[in-house]
Design a protein around this ligand. Structure first.
Ligand code: ADP
Ligand code: MG
Length: 566
């Protein structure tokens, strides 16, 4: 038996693991299963070219809980490890990203999230176990080895006679403490649940011996009154389905399947409005399965809401809400991304990691946009249904990041029009504009009725110009960033001079101004600082007077700004 010290970084990481207050300790199982799956991948790959390795047909990852010994074993028939590999792989963290990862762990208070994001590999076993025993054999060596450690400062390695290639990892579970029962990891239901949750799509069968009560099949008696008799059988059951829905052929999956998957996976009781299923191959490989929900989640417009897509690598679940994958303006989109280019392990260079995510995110953003446009063209009713739910969010996108996304989003926003009385896009508005019309007119207010009562509407209506109703707080702010559509500028009908008068009307006003000069200055004097100017107007048809704001902040924006917390 030989004794070895862990390398410094390994010690640090182990220390963090052991003392982890991490609430998702259960992910250790995912990590070990994914290592087994990688090891089988390697064996399979090598066996294709190396005659020394026979092509295995029964690849398997077996889970063996033992309640008496309080151990759980994960066993595979993958590539195993040579002595050298054992020293290397389980004694040091060889890869470059890990050091940075540890630094990050130490500086961040809630290191828990980072663990979840990167996966923690083999060492995560020590979150639930106080002793780990690894029995392994490589097909390239005659003998096997046992590696053993309590996760403190050293590990031991001993020879082992083992015939089959592969690895068997046994965790001696920690004693239950006040906050945590490690015994649950020995329960059949718990193991099944964790495999379903994290490893359902692993490509090799994950099996476990299960005890089942099945009806005794002794006679074909039709006597339904008789209590059916049961017997206990023990069988090896495959716990995972192995094929993710997004990897199945399109012809094999029905809309119903997608709907059911969506509801189960993303906890919705209604079918989604749209399903986007995209497969990309090339420089970057990934599958994306996205859903647009029918309704805003209850917490959508609160701080509680968390955007993000689920992230998988080769069918293995990595994280639940990867927020880097979805921009804020489309944060209502749910779904998942599976990419073999992203690995579960922490040892990957983190920067590289996020660059790939960024690229995928930017592709998805374009894809979502074009899907929404398609829906607007082909199924306007559904689009409006969606826009009523999520439109405000898209409008926020217009001014978010100082308008950086305005070109992406400008054709997705809609406003109620005074002309059609329905939702209209800016494109449609511009197409209807009169020959001599210079601006896209809009009016702000909290309701259509309130806007209709604005004295300024009278003039626009009389002149036959269409006005867009801006009913959401965000509308005017957003338009300030958009500034124009198709080279037509926006104009608030309550702001500044609309300049719609004909020459005759202008002359008439000039005359009136002279005639009523005294009266105007009398009004101005009486109102003092409450107004900056009093003028004769041609805007008014039926009302006697109206308030107009000069260029700058409109009345409506002033109201919103005042109502915002400082
Ligand atoms: P990662 O999987 O990211 O490489 P881990 O900490 O999970 O990091 O595992 C470290 C290394 O140990 C693996 O890269 C692999 O070489 C080796 N290893 C772990 N589990 C197994 C296994 N079941 N069979 C063969 N090798 C394994
Ligand atoms: Mg791993």
């Amino acid at each position: 038996m030989s004794k070895h010290e862990f390398k410094t970084e390994s010690k640090q990481l182990l220390n963090l693991m052991i003392n982890s207050i991490y609430t998702h300790k259960e992910i250790f199982l995912r990590e070990l299963i994914s290592n087994s799956s990688d090891a089988i991948d390697k064996y399979n790959y090598l066996s294709l070219t190396d005659d020394r390795l026979k092509t295995e047909e029964n690849y398997e990852i077996e889970i063996i809980p033992n309640k008496d010994a309080k151990t759980i074993t994960i066993k595979d028939n993958g590539i195993g490890m040579t002595k050298e590999e054992l020293m290397e792989n389980l004694g040091t963290i060889a890869k470059s990203g890990s050091k940075a990862f540890i630094e990050k762990l130490k500086e961040s208070k809630d290191n828990v999230d980072i663990i979840g994001q990167f996966g923690v590999g083999f060492y995560s076993a020590f979150m639930v176990a106080d002793k780990v025993v690894v029995k392994t054999k490589s097909p390239y060596e005659d003998t096997g080895y046992v590696w053993e450690s309590t996760g403190e400062s050293d590990f031991t390695i001993e020879d082992l006679s083992k015939n089959e290639h592969g690895t068997e990892i046994t965790l001696h579970l920690r004693e239950n403490d006040d906050d945590e029962s490690y015994d649950t990891y020995l329960e059949e239901y718990k193991i099944k649940e964790l495999v379903k949750k994290y490893s359902d799509y692993v490509r090799y069968p994950i099996t476990m011996e299960v005890t089942k009560e099945v009806p005794k099949n002794d006679d074909a008696s039709e006597d339904t009154d008789k209590e059916p008799e049961y017997e206990t059988v023990i069988e090896q059951e495959t716990l995972n389905s192995m094929v993710p829905i997004w990897k199945k052929k399109k012809s094999e999956v029905s809309d119903e399947d997608f709907n059911e998957f969506y509801k189960y996976q993303f906890h919705d009781y209604e079918n989604p409005l749209t399903v986007i299923n995209k497969k990309v191959e090339g420089m970057l490989n990934y599958n994306a399965l996205l859903f647009i929900p029918k309704r805003v989640p209850q917490d959508f417009y609160t701080d509680q809401f968390e955007k993000g897509l689920q992230l998988y690598s080769k069918g293995v679940f990595i994280m639940d809400k990867c927020k880097e994958l979805i921009p804020d303006h489309f944060r209502f989109v749910k779904g998942l991304v599976d990419s073999p280019d992203l690995t579960l392990n922490i040892s990957r260079e983190m920067l590289q990691h996020s660059r790939q995510l960024k690229k995928i995110a930017s592709n998805l953003e374009k894809k979502i946009k074009s899907e929404l446009e398609k829906m607007l063209r082909n199924d306007r009713e559904s689009y409006i249904e969606l826009f009523e739910q999520f439109g405000v969010n898209i409008k926020y996108g217009l001014y978010d990041q100082f308008g950086a996304k305005k070109d992406l989003l400008k054709d997705l926003v809609m406003y109620i029009s005074s002309e059609t009385k329905e939702y209209t896009t800016l494109k449609e508005y511009v197409e209807r504009m009169k020959d001599n019309q210079e601006f896209i007119y809009y009016a702000s207010g909290s309701s259509k009725e309130q806007i209709d009562r604005l004295p300024q509407m009278e003039l626009l209506k009389e002149k036959g110009y269409e006005v867009l109703y801006f009913k959401d707080d965000v509308d005017e702010f957003a338009i300030n960033f958009l500034t124009e559509y198709d080279e037509k500028k926006f104009k608030n009908i309550s702001q500044g001079d609309l300049n719609l008068e004909s020459e005759e009307e202008k002359k008439e006003i000039e005359e009136k101004e002279k005639e009523y000069k005294d009266m105007m200055s009398y009004i101005k004097d009486s109102l003092k600082d409450k107004v900056s100017e009093v003028k004769i107007s041609s805007r008014l048809k039926e009302s006697a007077v109206c308030l107009v704001s000069k260029d700058g902040v409109s009345f409506e924006m002033e109201r919103i700004l005042k109502s915002m917390p400082n």
